[in-house]
Design a binder for this molecule. Structure first.
Ligand code: F6R
Length: 359
């Protein structure tokens, strides 16, 4: 039931702070110990490479997961689009471990990969929102997102829950592997800060509604740009905008734009820089200025400690690798309000179904 909300998507965006709090409750006990299965952790520790597989938004969550897994477990990690992996399987090492990201647990492209993985007797984990779903039943292990049903076709809370779970898993495995960097990661506290930060962002809806009206409702195209994890959030931000508002959008590595695509920038094209990483903030700012010099409406989603005069939307500071949990939310809301202000059916975009059960 969507209660007083006009669309499920807005309700689901608003639920994200609570989803974070629930995950902390479920996976951390009062003493800060973590409830992640030993068999699962040992299987991952025993592997020589982690493969994260997913489609669409789940794939984008995996791109952040890769950074988390590598930093905290020290195990090389690759992320693959499931429909590609299914028929172009890369050369695998001796002991791969597979992580399937799927909100529904029913995506045919991802299942095709799992079927092949099972034929080769490799261990696997499905991270899903749906207990007893096909991919949950067929994988060795399951971790549940506990995000509550996601009804809107555009995925929002599943993306943030998938990132949070991957952070939990990465820390748990890293600690079991005795890695200092994992022990030092105050993830329980950080996820609390994330929840509070999300809450403050969703309370700024009116501001984002104005941004959507001013820059996006009449736009033919838009760009999100960033580097590192900000680039991965750009991909997700652009997907949301395309999917429900039908504004053609691309997520771009900000340094790559000048190698051709900048030719598309016209007077008034919105270009949003996502700027949350200290070491690349200056670079993305200059990339953004290059687009402004060609007529773009340059906008920013910036973390507090990197904010300057003239930034469009400031998000609170949290651990750098966890910032996608916050930076994606203004982008989800920009997509929502652009769609709403265009009079579209936000929850039911054309040509799409919630769960894609064909390859
Ligand atoms: C985008 C969206 C899709 C799904 C994709 C995978 O908003 O919802 O891109 O993320 O179809 O679905 P799951 O996660 O159910 O495997």
């Amino acid at each position: 039931d969507k209660g007083t909300y006009p669309y499920y998507m807005l309700k689901e965006i608003d639920e994200q702070p609570n989803v974070m709090r629930k995950l902390v409750k479920k996976y951390f006990d009062a003493d800060g110990n973590m409830n992640v299965g030993c068999g699962l952790m040992d299987n991952i520790l025993d592997s020589d490479r982690i493969y994260i597989v997913g489609a669409g938004t789940s794939y984008h969550a995996g791109l952040v997961g890769k950074e988390l897994m590598e930093k905290y477990t020290g195990i090389p990690t690759e992320v693959h689009v499931s429909s590609e992996f299914a028929y172009e399987e890369p050369l695998l090492p001796k002991k791969p471990f597979f992580i399937f990201l799927t909100q529904s647990g029913e995506t045919a492209d991802s299942r095709e990969v799992l079927v092949n993985v099972n034929k080769q007797h490799f261990p696997s984990l499905t991270i899903t929102n749906v207990a007893n779903s096909t991919l949950s039943r067929e994988a060795t292990y399951t971790m549940l997102l506990n995000a509550g049903p996601e009804i809107s076709v555009a995925s929002t809370k599943a993306y943030t829950a998938q990132i949070a779970i991957q952070a939990i898993l990465a820390k748990a495995v890293g600690m079991r592997g005795n890695r200092q960097v994992a022990k030092d990661f105050d993830l329980g506290r950080q996820l609390g800060l994330v929840a509070t930060g999300m809450q403050s962002i969703v309370e700024e809806k009116d501001k984002i509604d104005e941004i959507a009206k001013k820059y996006f409702v009449n736009a033919k195209q838009a760009f999100y740009i960033g580097r590192g994890v900000d680039y991965t959030v750009s991909l997700e931000a652009a997907l949301k905008l395309k999917e429900i508002s039908y504004v053609h959008a691309e997520g771009f590595a900000s340094g790559e734009l000048k190698h051709g695509t900048i030719a598309l920038i016209e007077k008034g094209t919105p270009v949003i820089g996502i700027i949350t990483q200290k070491k690349t903030a200056g670079l993305t700012h200059s990339n953004l200025e290059e687009t402004a010099a060609r007529g773009a409406n340059a906008l920013t989603i910036v973390r507090q400690s990197l904010a300057q005069d003239g930034d469009t939307f400031v998000i609170p500071d949290v651990d750098e690798l966890l910032t996608p949990l916050l930076s994606v939310i203004p982008a989800q809301l920009i997509a929502y309000y652009t769609s709403l202000n265009k009079g579209l059916n936000v929850d039911r975009p054309r040509n799409l179904a919630k769960s894609v059960t064909v390859e």
